[in-house]
Design a protein around this ligand. Structure first.
Ligand code: A3P
Length: 300
């Protein structure tokens, strides 16, 4: 926040700095010891993503699956970012993401993180917690992240599109390289069986099918009617209208610049990348994404 009393309510943009080899901002590192010492419970569910891969979408689906029937009032009174706290974030001087998780009255606790694999608190592994990882193709992910940084006044200033794209390729953005993130988690999945790795593109293609898969992973068996209700409630237009899921209650986001629920599409990158930018991106991508078992779709 600004020191000038007249501007006390204007947030200031954060500076990126190197944090154990990953570019970060202080909002996500200032509570580090408590994050690393976080005590997970065996029934905790961690929702892990690179920023802008569909975190809110999957958080909302999980929240509805677990609490949609038993605690319907929470759907109209508690914003999704409070129902599913963001573990490493500092919400305010008084409250951190860790505090928020520890104060959750519900069980299981649904917990959001953007941490790359090497930073995940070890108690999640020790407790063998279920983890849902969502990945999104790099081109749509960078476009979404660019608009998010434009509208979120506490994020570093994204600059113009072409310099942002350059920085994305270099991994010089908050939470580091997309390439390392999606690969690191993908590799973990090979040895940690309680990890469900999902793709944003699959969710767009067939949300109902992906909810079915999630239910199998979580050991849930909602009724046909309930699944129908959830699939409809989590459609883009419904989430965009819903003040509890569209982030309209967050003061540091400037919706005049861009809405949080922006497009929700696969392939919006085509409206941003020039042909040359796309070709250069693809060349660089091939060099960084060597694992043939991890494939993304940039169209559906
Ligand atoms: P766009 O900026 O491309 O629209 P996160 O929750 O990880 O921050 O991701 C936000 C992105 O997911 C935004 O992408 C947002 O519109 C999209 N999204 C959120 N809910 C969605 C839904 N129900 N259907 C499609 N996209 C959704």
């Amino acid at each position: 926040m600004s020191a000038d009393p007249d501007k006390m309510d204007l947030p200031s943009r954060s500076e990126l700095f190197d944090f154990h080899g990953v570019p970060m901002i202080h909002y996500f590192t200032d509570n580090w010891e408590n994050v690393q010492n976080f005590q997970a419970r065996p029934d905790d569910i961690l929702i892990a993503t690179y920023p802008k891969a569909g975190t809110t979408w999957v958080s909302y689906i999980l929240d509805l699956l677990y609490f949609g029937q038993t605690a319907p009032e929470r759907q109209t009174s508690i914003p999704i970012y409070e129902r599913v706290p963001f573990l490493e974030s500092i919400k305010s001087a008084e409250e951190t993401g860790v505090d928020q998780v520890n104060n959750l009255p519900t069980s299981p606790r649904l917990i959001k993180t953007h941490l790359p694999i090497q930073f995940v608190p070890k108690s999640f592994w020790e407790q063998n917690c279920r983890i849902v990882y969502v990945a999104r193709n790099a081109k749509d992910n960078v476009v979404s992240y660019f608009h998010f940084e434009r509208m979120t006044l506490t994020q570093p200033d994204p600059g113009d599109w072409s310099s942002y794209l350059h920085r994305f390729k270099e991994g010089k953005i908050v939470f580091g390289p997309w390439y390392d993130h999606v690969n690191g988690w993908w590799k973990k999945k090979q040895t940690y069986s309680n990890l469900h790795y999902m793709f944003f593109e699959d969710m767009v293609e067939d949300t109902g099918r992906e909810i079915e898969k999630l239910c199998r992973f979580l050991g849930l068996s909602p009724s046909v009617e309930e699944k129908k209700q959830i699939t409809s409630g989590v459609q883009f237009d419904n989430m965009k209208k819903n003040n509890m899921t569209n982030y309209s209650t967050v003061p540091v986001m400037d919706f005049k610049v861009s809405p949080f629920m922006r497009k929700g599409k696969v392939g919006d990158w085509k409206r941003h990348f020039t042909v040359a930018q796309s070709e250069e991106f693809d060349e660089d991508y091939k060099k960084k994404m060597k694992d043939p078992t991890l494939q993304f779709r940039t169209v559906v």
